[in-house]
Each structure stands twice: as structure tokens, then as C-alpha cells.
Design a protein around this ligand. Sequence first.
Ligand SMILES: Nc1ncnc2c1ncn2[C@@H]1O[C@H](COP(=O)(O)OP(=O)(O)O)[C@@H](O)[C@H]1O
Ligand SMILES: [Mg+2]
Length: 425
Amino acid sequence: MGSGASSLVATPLGYRANVLLPSPADAKYQVCVVYVIKAGGACDLILFDSEKNKDDVKEFEALTAKYDALIVRINPGQLSQGTADGTQKRFDDLMNSYIAKGKLIWSSPKIQMQMGAKDALVNIGKLNCGLMDTYAYYTNDEFISGFKKTCAFQPRVIKQNRGSAGEGIWLCWLWDKAKNEKIEIYPSAALGDKSLGDDDYVKLMEMNDNHVEYHTVKEFTVFCIDGPTGAGAGEWKSTFPGQYLKGGKEVGGQLVDQRLLPRIDEGEVRILMAGDTCQMAIHKKPIGGGLSAVGGMSDYTYYKPTDAKYKGLVQKLYADIPLLLPSLHLGDEPLPLIWTCDYIPKNPDNWPKGPYDRSCPDDQTEYTVGEFNCSCVGISKFQAVCGGEKTLADVPDEDYFDACALTDLMGIKAIEMIKAKKGHA
Ligand SMILES: Nc1ncnc2c1ncn2[C@@H]1O[C@H](COP(=O)(O)OP(=O)(O)O)[C@@H](O)[C@H]1O
Ligand SMILES: [Mg+2]
């Protein structure tokens, strides 16, 4: 950490910092991590050393107890990999005890579990951004009978909770095996009217790589429950292990069943948020005729939140915000410091020409949340030099200043939330 003057480097675009800035001498609040320094918070970077904290978290507690807020850059579950048994729980317990003492934790264990999990989509069903007909399954029976009903009515998306980048996200259509074509008229006239049988046939597309496979309903349910080697699973192209319910609800075993939104081929809109404020909208359009909007499978275009294209969407999200955390049973939590909402376009449910029609104008297009990300969302313009030998000094000036627009906003929002928590301006 350099002195104030030597921390800043002159560039044609302005002064930049390549190391942690010195904290203001008169800082009112003590916070962990980099972003808040410019906004007037004092900051330190602190490492959670799993060796020093393998029996209890006393070492880490001694380092962190003095702060008003902690910005945790550890993904949920990461503390269960290669660490002593129970490390994640001990860490989460400490974070929860800090919250009970009035500190702010971004993001808290509860936010990570309840907002970051796929079943959040069920809880937001009644909001503008949700779909009422979204279901979560935690047991084998719930999944088998639920999926047989939903998929008898319309194309669906089955989502596992633990993967990322489209792994275990399955788009499902009924398929006529004999004619080798899509079934246009589904057996069920209304959701719940009829159920598929084990031998009905589905076309499946996995969103990690857009690959397609055809299976019986039975094979699909066996794959989801027991994996590709389960009895009756058939032959699978997917390279992943299935078993999405394994371990039960407590350890994140769940499947979410959402309506397939056919306008996904127009892309997904990622709204990047710092606290209650949108910093950017990113349009992620599937490439190569696929339907996956995950990174690497899609093209990105960046928009300011004020841009006419997504202004309405951003305003709708702002209108949903007061209801968002309460609907996720997180009413007593602060918004995450950095989070994203991924929206998929759709026609209004009463659109006369149905969900596939492309004539619905922009101002009538609705958007549904496909997922929230609220733990460890990357500062993408810094990420290119993350890890390895490179440092912040290797980030090109343009990327640096783009990234700072986000991190500076996070700083402002962090201080705002701390002030609100402490009840003074
Ligand atoms: N309801 C849906 N209708 C159509 N496509 C969807 C739907 N939900 C997800 N997808 C597609 O699957 C991709 C991955 O799903 P997502 O829920 O974002 O999981 P992940 O955590 O793997 O990113 C999305 O980017 C989108 O392309
Ligand atoms: Mg996604």
C-alpha cells in the first residue's frame, strides 16, 4: 500500500490507482475490501486462511470484528472444498453473528442461499418480473409428477441449482418419435389436466453447449435423479453427472421448472446492479443459432441504464425492488452490493397471437427473471487480469475506467447502506 500521492498514476484518461488506495484519515466507517475508499470508507483486504481457521474461526474473527461492514468475495460452498469439515458453516455462523450485531455483510449467507438459488424464481412468481407457473421440486416424487404435468401442457425448462454457465439447464419439448418432429398440440389443455407417461418422448437441449438429445421421460427423470449410469437412464451425451436432487434440500438439491420462453433466441438482458441502482444493462444474444445466453455462447452489447432500449425494464425492476427481498423471505436484509438480474423477453400472456409471435412491439414486451446472481459477481473489466502474474496495473486504461464506474458506484452504495443501517446521515 503506497502513500496517497504515489498510489495514483497519470494516464490520458485521468488518474488511476494500481494498488489499494490509502484510507481517508478521517473515515467515519470501517469496511473490508477495496471499493469504498473513494466514497469515504476506510478499507482493508483480509484473507480467510482456511489453515489458520480449521478448528474454529477465531483468527479470522480477531481480524474482522472491528469493521462496520464486510464485502465477502467467496462463493457459497467454496469453503467446503479442500478445507476442514464444517468450515463453511463456521464462517456462515460468524457472518450471521455479525449481522445480529448490526454489521452489514455483502452478501449474507441467507441472501446467497435464498436469492442466489434457483427456487427464488418460485418466490418471485407474483412480482412483475416473475411467472406464477414456476415450480420447485425437492424430492424425486415431486419432480417426477410435477414435470410430467407441466411438460404435458407446454415446453418447459428444468433447472438444477448447483451448476453454472448452463450446466444442467435443460430446455424440454415434447417430441413425436415416429414422425421425428415437434409435437405442436400438447396433451394437456390446461396445466394439470393430463400427465405424460414414462414412455413419452422429449427433445432436450442443455444450455452449457446447446447440444440436443432425445430421451423418454423415464430416461430424463432417471438422469436427473440418479445420473447417466442410473438404471434405465439410457445413453447420454451430456458430460455432467445429473443427480440434481442429491443430498436433499438442505444442501441445495432442487430442480426448478419454468415455462420455456421462446423469445430467448432474441437474447437475455443482464441488469447489473449496485445496491438499489442499475449500473449497466448487457444484452446477451445467443450465437450460432443456439438458445443459450450464457457466457461464451452469446454476444454481449452494453447499454447505459438511461438508454431508451432498456430504460423501461430498469424502471420496472426499481418498482419491484421494495417487494423483491420480502418475497424471498429476506425482508430484513440489505440489497446485495453487486448483483445481477437476468431477464428473458416474452409476449404478454394474453397476447392474441401467442407466445411465439414476433410482432409484439418493444413497449409491450414483458421480461421475466431467469436467475439472480448475488454472490461474488465479477467486475468483468478487471477479470481479464485476475489471478496469475498480472496485476491491476496490467488492466488497459479504458477497461480500468469502465470497471471503476462500477466499483465507485458500489462504494457510494456501500456507504449509503451503512449510513441507513446506523441511522445517521
Ligand atoms: N425460461 C426459460 N426459457 C428459455 N430459455 C431459458 C429459460 N431459462 C433459462 N434459459 C436459457 O438457459 C440459460 C441458462 O439458464 P440460467 O437460469 O441463467 O442458468 P445458469 O445459472 O446456468 O446461467 C439462459 O442463459 C437462457 O439462455
Ligand atoms: Mg444464467
